[in-house]
Design a protein around this ligand. Sequence first.
Ligand code: TYD
Ligand code: MG
Length: 448
Amino acid sequence: MATKQKTVYACTECGGQFPKWSGRCPNCGEWNTLNEEITAPSRGGAAVGRAELCRIDSIDTQAETRYPTGMRELDRVLGGGIVPGGMMLIGGDPGIGKSTLLLQICGHLSESYKVLYASGEESARQIKLRAERLGVDKGELLLFCETDMDVILNAITTEKPDIVIIDSIQTVSLSEVASSPGSVTQVRECTGAVMRVAKREDIPVFIVGHVNKDGAIAGPKVMEHIVDCVLYFEGDPHSNYRMLRCAKNRYGSTNEIGVFEMRDKGLYEVENPSMMLLSGRPKNVSGTCVACTMEGSRPLLAEVQGLVSPTGFGNPRRMATGFDNNRLALLLAVLEKRCGYFFSNLDTYLNIIGGLRLDEPAADLPVALALVSSLKDKPVDEGVVAFGEVGLAGELRSVSGAEQRIAEAARLGFTRVIVPAHTLKTLTGSYDIEVVGAATLREAYEKL
Ligand code: TYD
Ligand code: MG
């Protein structure tokens, strides 16, 4: 095999590699992102040293256990806890709380397991100070402030920890790879090297990854292919609430979210996110309606706010935050054509409270109701929740998870829920809330 080193120019945004430098990446079109790198011959991607052929029915999965992290919100996102040998990548903006989250779960895990926390970002003293603040400075937690990947891998092989955390992959480097830490080649090779050790020793590994300016994990896409689970830790910088989303999970659903609140003593789980999303709701004001959306298997209530006002000049503005702009245009067209509510010379603004994004069709009905309520300047009763997809004929169509949504609305003390008429027929249980079916958007507004 040829072992000659060669120089390439790699894009820090998309990971594309080119033989020549240019000011703009030919692949993703970003400016000034190509860096010179020396490619080392890759060590290959095979996970285990020697593979054996085996029949699928001869593989024993009875012994498959998962380590609970002590945080139910995180366990749910992971699909029920940490899988031995699993590689979990956590990305997020700087200061969002990635290190805090991992240090907190270390506190719980180190009570029963041996945890190795390798940090290239902070000194042992800094970590200890933070651990003291979080109250997790006991147990078998080994801190290792090291950026040399070979040293970290050696420590893993000799210490044989049960769980490893690497904070962050952009600060560690392999000495045999000539590129600087954080470069595409380094990140790829380091991830591959950890993976081989993790799979061989069956040790779960959490890797922290920085994000680039678009919010995607910085480094080559291949890193996301290697790992088993990709988590994004997100949140509005102005609020204390944080959401953990899963973008890839080989051992569970990707739809789950975990909600946390950052306080002075670390991250707290928010077990009742609907309550948090509805806090501070205005009373007796037109243009708001409560939506019930499903995030994975969990129903969430969120407030939708619409504002309609006369256009100053020219084309009316349509602006949506947390909702698709095209979907808003479509709903406005349906409201005009099928229901006779005219928005053509009105600016329309839509906002979903709490930094939530409603991508589900079930959000159509509450969005339309909030807009009509603002148009007519007539408040929607505060005990009302709505969900349902709006079709182009102005009809309401059923959505999945109706029973869970209704149960969540009832649990939080709402008194009426507006659902598509067809959904009403499929319901079997009895609920502590009045369930109203409507066949069309117009009927839904009239039944409010
Ligand atoms: P950190 O975990 O260092 O972020 P990341 O590793 O994602 O870059 O989070 C640091 C932020 O969290 C910092 O802005 C301060 C805040 N914080 C608290 O509010 N309370 C706490 O108990 C801790 C440890 C941090
Ligand atoms: Mg950090």
